[in-house]
Design a protein around this ligand. Structure first.
Ligand code: PLP
Length: 390
């Protein structure tokens, strides 16, 4: 019998785009373990591990810390549906595609959205965000790691300013979690979401989520699927209560996420942050030799994502296509004002390693007709310089 499918999945790609990122074999092995039932006490033990490891990764003591059965965008939707109600005023920072998405989602939910913008490719001055807050606001929202531009938004002072206005601080840390220094509790973050497929190196499909007690004082149940109270009946039953079914948790994915979070803890969060910083800088130097300049100014760069301008006269889609077809390497194109004009290179977890970056730099130099040895030397110096310093 001929197969009803047309092409094999599972080709070995080197995933150096905006996500998904390279998944370590031990995480793939965890994913392939026999499926557990979502109410099996054995799976309950996995859930407890995941909650504990997620708290350590988010750097939070929040009891409500769990992976939602959804992609990163589902984390955003939970924030909007559970913690915001129609008529709430929310200050929303927009300096790229993911902030724009949040403004859109808030508007659709009936919130009064006060947008504070900065140019794509720049961080938003903290004073502009805090100046937009008014007493009675429900929340201030920012994207910590803007994956559309490779910019990291400083959070300094945002928590205090939001709390003074009686508002909550909400953060999208989809790309920054486990790749860029971030301590949620120290920053005064009241609720945040992430994704499994960026610096955590699990497959796409889960949204780590956390909320502080003050965010839970007023919980909306107007969404059926993104009903946090229903999630908690399953993830955090009261007292000795049994877990109550809401939807079938994607058990294999949760087991895989546990393994990915264990990898993060084994390396240590601080060591992992430092490795991402070194990997980013080494790659930036190498790509500069190829004539590719970083979009983010120094000091505003997001370590897990290096976005560079594509030089005039280079057909970015053609080069990106050849990278994937001929070299099995995926990088991402630009979004919004950078469509057709930028490449976005992931420096996420296992993608933040010299071997992975050497493959990319060698292949890209060939496609651009540039000096590969010089670029590889710059990469090597970037990594070795860091070793000497540490
Ligand atoms: C990837 C990403 C998202 C969306 O996550 P999905 O898993 O694609 O739904 C949201 N915010 C940021 C900053 C991202 O990088």
């Amino acid at each position: 019998m001929t197969s009803p499918v047309t092409s094999p999945a599972g080709e070995r790609r080197l995933l150096l785009g905006s996500g998904p990122s390279p998944v370590p074999q031990r995480v793939l092995d965890a994913l392939a373990r026999p499926t557990l039932g979502h109410l099996d006490p054995r799976f309950g033990e996995v859930m407890e591990d995941v909650a504990r490891l997620l708290r350590a990764t988010f750097q939070t003591a929040n009891d409500v810390t769990l992976p939602l059965s959804a992609t990163g965008s589902g984390g955003m939707q939970m924030l909007v549906d559970a913690l915001v109600v129609p008529g709430d005023r929310v200050v929303c920072g927009v300096h790229g595609a993911f902030g724009a998405r949040m403004a859109d989602a808030l508007g659709r939910a009936g919130a009064e959205v006060e947008v504070v913008e900065a140019a794509w490719g720049r961080a938003i001055p903290v004073e502009r965000l805090t100046a937009a807050l008014r007493p009675g606001d429900r929340a201030l929202f920012v994207v910590h790691g803007e994956t559309s531009t490779g910019v990291c938004q400083p959070l300094d002072g945002l928590g205090d300013a939001a709390h003074e206005a009686g508002a909550l601080l909400f953060v999208d840390c989809v790309t920054s979690l486990a790749g860029q220094p971030l301590d949620l509790d120290a920053a005064g973050v009241d609720a945040a979401f992430s994704g499994s497929q960026k610096c955590l190196n699990a497959p796409p499909g889960l949204a780590p989520f956390t909320a502080a007690p003050r965010a839970l004082e007023r919980l909306s149940r107007r969404s059926w699927y993104f009903d946090l109270a229903a999630y908690l009946g399953y993830w955090r039953p009261e007292g000795d209560g049994a877990r109550v079914y809401h939807h079938t948790a994607p058990t294999n994915m949760v087991v895989a996420l546990r393994e990915a979070l264990a990898v993060v803890q084994e390396e240590g969060l601080e060591a992992r942050w430092a490795r991402h910083a070194v990997a980013h800088e080494a790659l930036r130097r190498a790509l500069e030799v190829l004539g590719l300049e970083r979009i983010a100014p120094a000091g505003e760069q997001l370590h897990p994502l290096l976005a560079v301008r594509v030089p005039d006269g280079v057909d970015e889609a053609a080069v990106r296509g050849a990278l994937l077809r001929d070299h099995g390497i995926e990088v991402s194109g630009g979004l919004g004002p950078f469509a057709g004009a930028a490449w976005r290179v992931g420096v996420m977890g296992e993608g933040a390693r010299p071997e992975a970056q050497e493959r990319l730099v060698g292949a890209l130099a060939g496609l651009l007709g540039a000096d590969a040895p010089a670029a590889l030397r710059a990469l090597d110096e970037g990594w070795r310089g860091a070793e000497v310093r540490s």
